[in-house]
Design a protein around this ligand. Structure first.
Ligand SMILES: NC(=O)c1ccc[n+]([C@@H]2O[C@H](COP(=O)([O-])OP(=O)(O)OC[C@H]3O[C@@H](n4cnc5c(N)ncnc54)[C@H](O)[C@@H]3O)[C@@H](O)[C@H]2O)c1
Ligand SMILES: [Zn+2]
Length: 404
């Protein structure tokens, strides 16, 4: 059956439109607190965070805790309960802390989102209450997403527990879930109520996660802050030895630079195609996938930055000494700068990693924008990456990594 619709002829009345312009200004402000032993009953940071917004009666919170973190720190959930108990006149746990899956799996786990929503409903969490998310970047992304859709958004207090979460994932305004086979395909922008960075939580991390977040610190330093880069390079071996003070300083400066970026980039909700903080990431995303996640994100980013720095050298953007300083800093931190996967070829004989450029272009919505270092501490955006020069940069990087 076919149907046929004929629109009535346009008259002056039907062509006329009138517009009311709606303009609303909203400003967001949230504290990012750097502390130690946040769950010690005498540490005020968490209580202050939960009581920032005046609410009738006690501040109620539903705590969602990363299961991997709770397993590595068997006392943590008890300490959390004790903290609320010791401040029972001002704070109240809305129910027993909810353990949620840790790691990337958290972001595939829609069941966990529903479980948080149901638990919140069962304990009558209202718009004056808060969700407290404790864990790595994956758990913060998943719990933050659940909090952002619960009652159309309830307050979220984050306690990040990995280096990456404390210096990047946990301090910003995004969350995300994996769907349709893509990372962060779903998610919302939702500024937190407060962030509590307790550096002591980092001591139970594996070496891989400890160092992974430091790759992101190098990333912002190389493209934004030469002084920070010099400090990272100077303390690289201490950070590798798990010196907590050295890492605390790196985490803090990196978090500050991320906050500054969100505040001053002019594009907090990322509608444009420039993503300076994606330096080193076009190949990193591909390498992570090609390795079946043998390479952690931070490890892949380290290799991606090393490759892009060699490429930038071939364009005269960084000097051989600057390129050498970047490679040495990463290596001394215990991060890889080369992987044989860079040599894998597709059936047409092209380096498989180059497909990462195409994915990147698509992700940005058509136009390719890749951020490269210009000297150290500054950056430049390019819209074309020459495959032949990438080929030669890989060859040079293989040799340099062997000699290092
Ligand atoms: N929202 C953002 O702006 C943003 C920014 C960057 C990255 N991310 C996301 O962050 C995720 C990666 O987060 P991540 O690197 O923090 O890793 P992760 O959250 O995947 O955690 C890694 C592992 O460490 C465990 N763990 C967490 N804290 C621990 C601790 N203190 N001691 C021992 N084990 C602990 C977890 O259970 C997990 O098994 C990615 O999904 C990425 O997309 C988000
Ligand atoms: Zn990254």
């Amino acid at each position: 059956m076919s149907s046929h619709r004929t629109d009535p002829p346009a008259t002056p009345q039907t062509r006329a439109s009138s517009t009311v312009t709606q303009r609303v200004s909203v400003s967001f402000e949230y504290p990012v607190v750097f502390t130690r032993n946040a769950l010690h009953p005498r540490n005020d940071a968490l209580a202050d965070a939960l009581r920032r917004m005046p609410c009738p009666g006690k501040a109620r919170a539903l705590a969602c805790v990363d299961r991997g973190l709770a397993e590595a720190r068997p006392l943590l959930v008890g300490q959390l309960r004790e903290y609320f108990h010791a401040r029972g006149d001002a704070l109240e746990l809305a129910g027993p802390p909810l353990l949620v899956p840790g790691g990337e799996e958290a972001k595939n786990a829609w069941d966990s989102v529903r479980e948080i929503l149901w638990t919140a409903g069962n304990c009558h969490l209202d718009r004056h209450s808060a969700v407290l998310a404790v864990g790595g970047g994956s758990v913060l992304d998943m719990v933050g997403f659940a909090a952002s859709i619960l009652h159309r958004g309830v307050r979220l207090v984050r306690m990040p527990s990995t280096t990456l979460a404390q210096n990047d994932a946990g301090v910003g305004i995004k969350n995300g879930m994996n769907e349709h086979g893509q990372k962060n395909f779903v998610g919302t922008f939702a500024p937190p109520e407060a962030v509590i960075n307790d550096v002591e939580l980092l001591t139970s991390l594996t070496d891989r996660d400890w160092r992974g977040g430091l790759a992101e610190a190098f990333k912002v330093a190389i493209i934004k802050d030469a002084g920070f880069f010099a400090s990272l390079a100077e303390h690289a071996q201490a950070m590798r030895r798990r010196d907590l003070d050295a890492v605390a300083r790196a985490v803090r400066r990196c978090a500050e630079l991320h906050l500054e970026h969100i505040r001053t980039s002019g594009d907090p909700f990322e509608t444009g195609s420039a993503r300076p903080l994606d330096f080193g990431h076009w190949s990193a995303h591909k390498l992570e996938l090609l390795s079946g996640h043998r390479l952690g994100h931070g490890q892949a980013v380290s290799i991606g930055m090393a490759l892009d720095t060699c490429y930038a050298e071939s364009r005269g953007l960084v000097s051989p000494d600057e390129r050498q300083a970047v490679l040495r800093g990463l290596i001394e931190t215990g991060l890889p700068v080369f992987d044989p996967l860079l040599d894998v070829r597709d059936p047409l004989g092209r380096r498989a990693v180059l497909a990462g450029l195409e994915d990147f272009r698509e992700h940005l919505g058509g136009q390719l924008t890749v951020t490269l270092p210009r000297s150290i501490g500054r950056r430049v955006e390019v819209h074309h990456v020459d495959a032949g020069d990438v080929d030669r940069a890989v060859d040079r990087l293989r040799r340099l990594a062997r000699e290092a």
